[in-house]
Ligand binder design. Structure first.
Ligand code: 5AD
Ligand code: SF4
Length: 439
């Protein structure tokens, strides 16, 4: 069997795409290897959300040059968001690269690789409408459905055009997958032992809107709740403007829907939200937070924030801090604004100096760290239902699992706990995890 090594940068969509690639390549007799020096084929699945993410691709490709020199038969391919964004330019910039494939061409990968091999040519293919839907059901390969958790892509692309964001450009327009396909995939997963599913899309709240006669996302959740063996459902990501009352009402009412929502706010200033093309205000966002908590008091809420968007003043940033103090998020992912090619904001005037962006980011992160820790400390002494996912990162003697609110819990226990949900008493809180013992 030939060996393929896959490196993944970026978000959960990319992680999922890499799993799909592994499955497709497995049906063409490629086995995944962790050892890059043993590979006949190296694939890099890339991210371009921020400049730093994009740079990772170039530095990895630089390091791969030596391998190509010592093994001329080696094929190196780049897919994902940098591939889509750069296309042929990537081949020009990286002479030892063989193949560039866009975000919607995953299903054609075996053919493209064969073509490169046969013709000894260098290829770049980035068309957005390849004819065959990217979300087609995949060939069943035994062994690919194993694990406690599995992600299921329910839609691709994005129609929102937030001013800072490269995603609509590199992932194309929004397209929902038929709900029947999603339901049957989740059923198969649950029947094969998967306990938790994460529904993936750039904006799952608008699921179905672009497909005639399709059910809403909330209704999809109601259908999924009936699948035997499926203990937990999560989803990501939600756009606040599309978070409907129907969906808010699902929390606390659908037994296997976990008490956690990731609801990116990006900024607390209405002026900046308008410039970002977000189509909500801090007031309507905060109103939705209130409704979510009224319907489901224990709900964990996390978010994304960008600091230093062009023209962001001290007063705008203070509004963001004020919103964060008001919401008291369980956790936050915060980023310095990064200028992305061809996005609407790329030529907005008044860039915020790098040092100022860092100052704001530090202030925000220091505050959030305190909030996260104090929320974790408030859990000390409580008993949580923990779904065991694997062994702890720090010591393989401990198990690692998550609460329904998505908090990581490490604890010692017998060897047969994988995939089980067990009660754990929380004994010690840290910023990124909790430590406990079996009840
Ligand atoms: N600069 C900084 N952060 C960004 N994000 C998206 N685009 C940019 C950018 N150009 C952040 C947003 C989004 C998360 C996935 O990445 O907060 O929600
Ligand atoms: Fe994911 Fe966006 Fe990065 Fe692409 S650019 S990998 S969609 S975060």
């Amino acid at each position: 069997m030939r060996q393929v090594h896959i490196t993944t940068f970026g978000c959960q969509m990319n992680e999922k795409d890499s799993q799909t690639i592994a499955r497709i390549m497995a049906s063409y007799d490629y086995q995944v290897t962790e050892k890059v020096e043993q590979a006949d084929l190296i694939l890099v699945n890339t991210c371009s959300i921020r400049q730093k993410a994009e740079e990772k691709t170039y530095s990895l490709l630089g390091r791969l040059k030596q391998l190509k020199n010592s093994n001329p038969g080696l094929i190196i391919g780049v897919g994902g968001c940098v591939a889509q964004q750069e296309g042929k330019r990537l081949l020009e910039r990286v002479p030892h690269l063989d193949l560039v494939f866009g975000t919607r061409l995953i299903h054609q990968l075996p053919d493209l690789i064969e073509k490169v091999r046969r013709e000894r040519s260098r290829l770049s293919r980035t068309e957005m409408d390849p004819g065959e839907p990217y979300l087609n059901p995949l060939p069943a390969v035994p062994g690919f459905f194993q694990g406690v958790k599995a992600s299921v892509t329910i839609m691709q692309g994005c129609n929102n055009y937030c001013a800072y964001c490269v995603v609509p450009l590199v992932r194309g327009p929004e397209e929902s997958r038929p709900s029947q396909d999603i339901l049957s995939e989740v059923k198969t997963l649950a029947a094969n032992g998967v306990r938790e599913t994460l529904l993936l899309g750039q904006n799952v709240n608008s699921f179905g809107q672009n497909r005639m006669g399709e059910i809403s996302f909330a209704l999809l959740l109601h259908r999924l709740k009936k699948i035997p063996g499926l203990e937990r459902i999560r989803f990501t990501t939600s756009h606040p403007k599309d978070l409907s009352a129907e969906l808010i009402n699902c929390f606390g009412r659908i037994a296997n829907l976990c008490e956690h929502i990731h609801l990116p706010v990006q900024s607390g200033s209405n002026r900046i939200l308008r410039k970002m093309n977000r189509y909500y205000t801090r007031e309507t966002y905060l109103e939705k937070i209130v409704q979510l908590r009224e319907g489901c008091p224990g709900l964990a809420i996390t978010s994304d924030v960008i600091v230093g968007f062009p023209g962001e003043t001290d007063a705008d940033f203070e509004e963001t801090m004020d919103l964060i103090r008001t919401v008291q998020y369980d956790d936050l992912f915060s980023f310095k604004y990064s200028n992305r090619p061809k996005t609407p904001a790329s030529n907005f005037p008044d860039p915020v100096p790098e040092e100022e962006k860092s100052r704001r980011l530090n202030e925000l992160q220091a505050y959030q760290k305190k909030v996260t820790l104090s929320k974790h400390q408030a859990m000390e002494g409580t008993v949580q239902q923990v779904l065991v996912e694997g062994t702890s990162k720090k010591t393989t003697q401990d198990w690692m699992g998550r609460t329904r609110t998505n908090k990581i819990v490490n604890f010692p226990g017998p060897s047969d706990l994988l995939g089980k949900t067990v009660p754990v008493r929380i004994e010690k809180a840290y910023v990124h995890s909790l430590k406990g013992s079996l009840e």
